[in-house]
Design a protein around this ligand. Structure first.
Ligand code: ADP
Ligand code: MG
Length: 358
């Protein structure tokens, strides 16, 4: 018998560590898009344009008219844990921005070619910088890694090319660019509904038509109509749940379809908690259960809810993708929402029954 000796333990290369970590935050092109979208919103943009090629794997470009980035910050922009948004752990208790980890651009720079063009109000020109593995690098054919002056308008354009070029196993897992595009369009659609005052466009590279356009002035119902269609927009009713300090509920509001609307398609609820697009399975289940009393078997509703929880009752730091959030008194708050939904659905239902009687 040959004695099996323990294998030697050795530290991983930093570049390997960074690439592994990046792949956990940026699982698919839609994750990269969401991070960049949130950065644009954090920057106070009122107009956001997105262009996508090959489902975002070849090219993902997002242009905004926000406050831009100072030229002097471009050197550390893509370092891990560099952020303009918080400075202490306590700041997380009252977080008003989407970002706070300073990990998104760093992550992207480890698994893609990243080019940033940005101009702030007080700058005479725009500055363009190219990044790889957190660091400034020369552009293709260029000699210097320094940011270079270019013509451009106020705001920021982030260009992500060849996502996952150095993670072949991940790249192979993406079978269909069309599916990845749909995931991106789904994310953009959700934010387009929620973010009043911001104009959004999203299109495939090289195609003349946008797959999504909302104007800055569009109302929430207009936005839902643009993204999800007229059949849904025509059957919406408003929900609103009042503040309850004891529960830490600041309020909830949104639009849901009435009992006239029943879709074969199972729409995932458009849910925002403190302005973050999230999923909340207990709430989703509760709503589905509730609707099943109003809708024919096997059919579905559409719901858009914006839930505001006292910041100190909410933990956004559960997962790097920030997709999951936890909040206190979850059961009671869900019950509150469902009571309201039940109430407004019932009202429409009885008025309809009344109309058909007379
Ligand atoms: P975080 O959003 O957590 O701070 P990111 O890696 O997403 O981390 O971004 C790092 C920093 O880059 C941000 O704190 C912000 O200052 C700046 N930034 C990123 N995108 C934009 C943008 N579109 N407009 C202005 N500043 C941006
Ligand atoms: Mg961010």
């Amino acid at each position: 018998e040959k004695l099996k000796l323990p294998p030697k333990i050795k530290p991983l290369d930093v570049s390997v560590i960074n690439r592994i970590a990046a792949g956990e935050i940026i699982v698919a092109p839609a994750n990269a898009l969401k991070e960049m979208l949130e950065n644009s919103i954090d920057a106070g943009s009122t107009s956001i344009d997105i262009v996508v090629k090959d489902g975002g794997l070849k090219l993902l470009q997002i242009s905004d008219n926000g406050h831009g980035i100072n030229r002097d910050d471009l050197g550390i922009l893509c370092e891990r844990f560099t952020t303009s948004k918080i400075s202490s752990f306590e700041d997380l208790n009252a977080i008003a921005t989407y970002g706070f980890r300073g990990e998104a651009l760093a992550s992207i720079s480890h698994i893609a070619h990243l080019t940033v063009t940005t101009r702030s109000e007080d700058s005479d020109c725009a500055w363009r910088a190219t990044y790889l593995d957190s660091k400034l690098v020369p552009a293709k054919g260029g000699a210097s890694a320094d940011p270079r002056p270019v013509a451009g308008r106020k705001g920021t354009q982030i260009l992500v090319e060849d996502l996952f070029f150095n993670v072949p196993s991940r790249l192979r897992a993406f079978r269909s660019p069309a599916d990845e595009y749909n995931r991106i369009a789904d994310v953009v659609g959700r934010y387009a509904i929620h973010c009043e005052g911001i104009a959004f466009t999203c299109k495939k590279h090289g195609e003349p038509h946008h797959s999504l356009i909302t104007t800055a002035q569009a109302s929430t119902i207009d936005r839902i109509r643009t993204v999800y269609g007229v059949a849904i927009a025509n059957e919406l009713i408003k929900v609103s749940v009042a503040e309850d300090k004891r529960l830490g509920l600041v309020g909830a509001s949104g639009y849901i379809t009435n009992a006239n609307f029943n879709a074969k398609k199972n729409y995932q609820p458009v849910l925002f908690i403190n302005h973050r697009a999230v999923t909340c399975d207990p709430l989703k289940r509760a709503l589905a259960q509730l609707y099943s009393a109003f809708l024919p078997k096997g059919s579905h509703s559409f719901t858009y809810l914006s839930l505001r929880i006292a910041p100190d009752k909410l933990d956004v730091n559960v997962h790097p993708t920030k997709r999951e959030v936890r909040f206190l008194n979850e059961d009671e708050i869900i019950q509150r929402i469902c009571d309201n939904v039940q109430h407004v659905l019932g009202e429409v239902d009885t008025s309809r029954a009344f109309k058909t009687q007379s």
